[in-house]
Ligand binder design. Structure first.
Ligand SMILES: [Zn+2]
Length: 129
């Protein structure tokens, strides 16, 4: 797959013409004016990485944020967006320098981090949700 930087509407691949995918590119890359949508037109799968934000209108898309934009184990949510939300397009957004790549190499660091957590830290996490 070739990555192409889109800086002009003429660069949007023709297969996306008149689709929510083209709109997503226009909002995100080209600064299209944001209008509130009546219903979601798109399902976006993207990484949970806090450095990544979308510039899209309110109510434009269902958004599933997971580690590495991996939608495995999100079957119900994807199905819901398609069946109940009636979206017909899915955009899977990847990014470079993803911290979720090669997780196996971070196993020891992860376990050490969990062990350093103070007693009762889990109670704080429960009170947030
Ligand atoms: Zn990532």
């Amino acid at each position: 797959m070739k990555i192409v930087k889109i800086t002009d509407a003429s660069q949007i691949p023709s297969e996306y013409t008149d689709t929510p995918i083209a709109e997503l590119i226009e909002y995100q890359n080209l600064g299209k004016e944001l209008h509130t949508c009546h219903s979601a037109r798109l399902l976006i799968g993207m990484c949970m990485d806090n450095r990544k934000q979308l510039r899209i209108p309110e109510n434009f898309a269902y958004i599933l944020r997971t580690g590495g934009a991996n939608l495995r184990n999100s079957e119900f949510k994807v199905s819901y967006a398609i069946v109940i939300g009636e979206v017909k397009h899915i955009a899977l957004i990847a990014h470079n320098n993803c911290g979720m790549i090669n997780l196996a190499s971070k196993k020891a660091q992860f376990i050490q981090g969990l062990c350093k957590m103070p007693a009762g830290a889990g109670k704080e996490l429960k009170s947030i949700s």
